[in-house]
Design a protein around this ligand. Structure first.
Ligand SMILES: Cc1cc2nc3c(=O)[nH]c(=O)nc-3n(C[C@H](O)[C@H](O)[C@H](O)COP(=O)(O)OP(=O)(O)OC[C@H]3O[C@@H](n4cnc5c(N)ncnc54)[C@H](O)[C@@H]3O)c2cc1C
Length: 370
């Protein structure tokens, strides 16, 4: 039977970042993915925002890893030529009734070490004449990144450190054995197995099923998964946006409201909304246009409905049940489940892209301890 030191299951931004970090410490790190190439899952269907770490509860993994990950990500993008832009973001109160919520956000952010400045409605109009706000918070650290460029760069680093990626390979089962694991895969209709010392389950939407296939892992450690869809509409033609524009977040904590995000090609898109679904489907129904139009016109009154076109959708791997309490990332190692060498990552929704490099360090040093 073939043997590698570490098998990372999932070639999204999280698996690639972890594999790259581990490859600096151990000899052969293999990333496997059921898709033919890297980044075909959640990592290619998101807003590509580098978050500052504003909304997450103090001391949560989301807060810590987002703030640290964002700092590392800017440095990484600069040193590795990954396309990005620190364009800043405005969180806008549409009227005075929303201003108290902004002040709460400012307090929460400052506990996380993130400074947001208050802008008056007039300052907002000076900077972005088309935006209507009674008050706003400005986040200078927020930016955008090309997720695809980032993943390509992480893969190049991994390969340079002696690691590799194998696509079109679905992991069907994992078995804990003496001194490590046996991984059972399907590739091109054939089954094969190999041994490894460590397994990193970074399978995104597939993390729970994969953990459930792990012989020796007590299912009590597998949190329920809730699929939560987010749709995007883009704006046809020219637009006046310079900063990202966010409304006050939804009270449920499930989403940040239908916001305006720029991409590196200069386009603006609106979304994502929050829709819990039973199955992952990526359609963007025309019928949602009216809801988007109504949400956007609260801060961008000149929006023309006919210029909103259905774009793409992503699915969040939420641990927060519909109507339930917001949940943190769950990153489990042997101290939780008792299997030395196994790391499970559950619920890596936003800000996972921002936090990827810090998540990798956390898995490497805090969970595996090498
Ligand atoms: C709508 C939306 C907007 C978002 N916006 C942002 C944002 O602006 N900023 C931000 O920081 N974060 C954002 N996020 C979060 C971010 O996109 C994710 O945290 C991150 O991409 C998760 O990466 P991943 O590697 O865990 O998952 P994935 O990219 O899905 O990778 C997991 C991989 O595992 C593979 N896999 C699954 N099961 C198996 C198996 N059994 N065998 C082999 N392979 C398997 C899949 O094919 C997949 O490629 C957003 C997410 C969504 C859904």
């Amino acid at each position: 039977m073939d043997f590698v030191d570490t098998c990372v299951i999932g070639g999204g931004v999280i698996g690639l970042a972890i594999a790259r970090a581990l490859a600096a410490a151990v000899p052969d790190v293999l990333v496997v993915d059921q898709a033919a190439s890297i980044g075909q899952g959640i990592s290619s269907r998101n807003s590509e925002v580098i978050h500052a770490g504003i909304y997450y509860p103090a001391d949560s993994l989301k807060a810590r890893l987002c703030v640290e990950g964002g700092r590392q990500l800017y440095e990484y993008c600069q040193s590795h030529g990954v396309a990005h832009q620190r364009c800043g973001k405005l969180i806008v109160a549409a009227d005075v009734t929303e201003e108290a919520a902004l002040l709460n956000i400012q307090d929460l952010a400052s506990v996380n070490g993130v400074n947001l400045s208050i802008w008056s409605g007039a300052q907002v109009t000076d900077a972005q004449a088309h935006i209507r706000a009674s008050m706003a918070l400005f986040s200078p650290l927020t930016g955008i990144v090309s997720a695809h460029d980032l993943m390509q760069s992480l893969l190049a680093d991994l390969e340079q450190r002696g690691g590799s990626f194998v696509g079109s390979t679905r992991v069907e089962a994992i078995e804990a054995v003496d001194g490590g694991f046996v991984v059972l895969c399907q590739a091109d209709g054939a089954e094969y197995r190999f041994g490894c010392r460590s397994v990193i389950n970074a399978a995104g939407l597939g993390a729970q099923v994969l953990a459930g296939s792990c012989k020796g892992l007590d299912p009590v450690h597998i949190p329920p998964l809730y699929l939560c869809k987010g749709l995007y509409f883009s704006l046809k033609g020219k637009h006046p946006f310079k900063h990202l524009i966010y409304p006050v977040p939804e009270a449920s904590g499930a989403g940040l409201g239908v916001h305006a995000t720029l991409d590196l090609g200069g386009r603006v898109k609106f979304g994502p909304n929050v829709e819990y679904v039973d199955e992952a489907d990526y359609s963007v129904p025309e019928a949602r246009r009216e809801d988007y139009f109504q949400a956007i016109r609260r801060y961008y009154p000149q929006i023309e409905k006919a210029r909103l076109v259905p774009d793409y959708a992503g699915i969040r791997p939420k641990l927060q049940a519909p109507g339930g309490q917001p949940a943190d990332f769950v990153i489990q190692g042997p101290s939780v489940h008792g299997l030395i060498g196994l790391v499970n990552l559950f619920g890596i929704e936003s800000p996972g892209l921002t936090a990827a490099l810090a998540i990798a360090d956390y898995v490497h040093t805090d969970i595996l301890g090498y």
